[in-house]
Design a protein around this ligand. Structure first.
Ligand SMILES: Nc1ncnc2c1ncn2[C@@H]1O[C@H](COP(=O)(O)OP(=O)(O)OP(=O)(O)O)[C@@H](O)[C@H]1O
Length: 245
């Protein structure tokens, strides 16, 4: 469970205060898949970066119930895969474990399992440049899961991919999510992606960035081709589009 209360962020640009995120409250349940959608500049990335500890909030509080662990563990997937080009797929996934001092045999075995989960068995030795964009992003997802975070933050992870690859990765992400039971916060610009993947969709609006509406997605799981034919899926997309206008 993540409890966000009054989290806000102001930046100073040339001495002028810019509110990237006005005080925001949100609860995310353990194992829930929540998407955040909104026009450019509404504070989606800022909220995610604050949750990841990459940015400091100007105020408010965040509590992450991290299954009794002393340190909060968060995995982050960016729009660009940001892999180390001189390391193989396996070494990239293993990298956070190596830096955390996990013994080699255990790190290797975990990285192999994660590459399998991401559908990359057989590509362990491949360098990033030998992989397609979709495969590189799957390596990034495997790497984000390597230190077993309770919370997976994804900032437009499939935004740079073609639509066919994106559809495939959406299904693969749902399969990974079903198997790992992670809590996922997923930023996207696509209403279809948000409706297809999520338990709830958070719509944000800009100037200043704030949560406008939260939608419950009552489509049955597992999702698949049938979901895309469901009239309530189309109704939800229409509602989201109207809200975003
Ligand atoms: N480091 C920074 N310094 C100054 N202003 C910033 C900084 N980071 C973000 N902002 C401002 O905060 C606001 C929210 O930015 P943010 O990147 O969170 O939006 P976003 O919804 O993720 O946008 P996009 O969809 O384009 O990625 C914007 O007005 C942006 O210009």
């Amino acid at each position: 469970m993540i409890t966000i209360r009054g989290v806000h962020k102001d930046f100073s640009i040339d001495g002028a205060k810019v509110t990237a995120l006005s005080p925001t409250d949100l609860d995310v349940n353990r194992g829930e898949f929540v998407s955040i959608i909104g026009p450019s500049g509404c504070g989606k990335s800022t909220l995610l970066r604050i949750l990841a500890g990459l940015e400091t909030a100007s105020g408010g509080s965040i509590e992450v119930d991290d299954e009794g662990r002393a340190r909060q563990r968060v995995g982050f997937v960016f729009q660009e895969p940001v892999l180390l080009p001189w390391l193989s797929a396996l070494e990239n996934v293993r990298f956070p474990l190596d830096t955390a001092g996990v013994v080699r045999a255990e790190a290797d075995s975990r990285a192999k399992d994660l590459l399998k989960l991401a559908g990359l068995t057989g590509f362990e030795a491949a360098l990033p440049r030998a992989l397609s964009g979709g495969m590189r992003q799957r390596v990034s997802i495997a790497r984000a899961l390597s230190y077993d975070p309770s919370l997976l933050l994804m900032d437009e992870p499939f935004g740079a991919l073609d639509l066919i690859t994106r559809d495939r990765l959406n299904d693969e992400l749902l399969s990974i999510w079903a198997q790992t039971k992670k809590t996922v916060l997923f930023v996207t610009h696509s209403v279809e992606e948000a409706a297809y993947l999520s338990d709830r969709v958070v719509v944000m609006s800009p100037r200043p960035g704030r949560i406008k509406t939260v939608y419950n997605v009552n489509l049955p799981r597992p999702r698949g081709e049938g979901t895309k034919l469901d009239p309530s899926f189309h109704q939800l997309m229409a509602d989201l589009r109207r809200d975003l206008r």
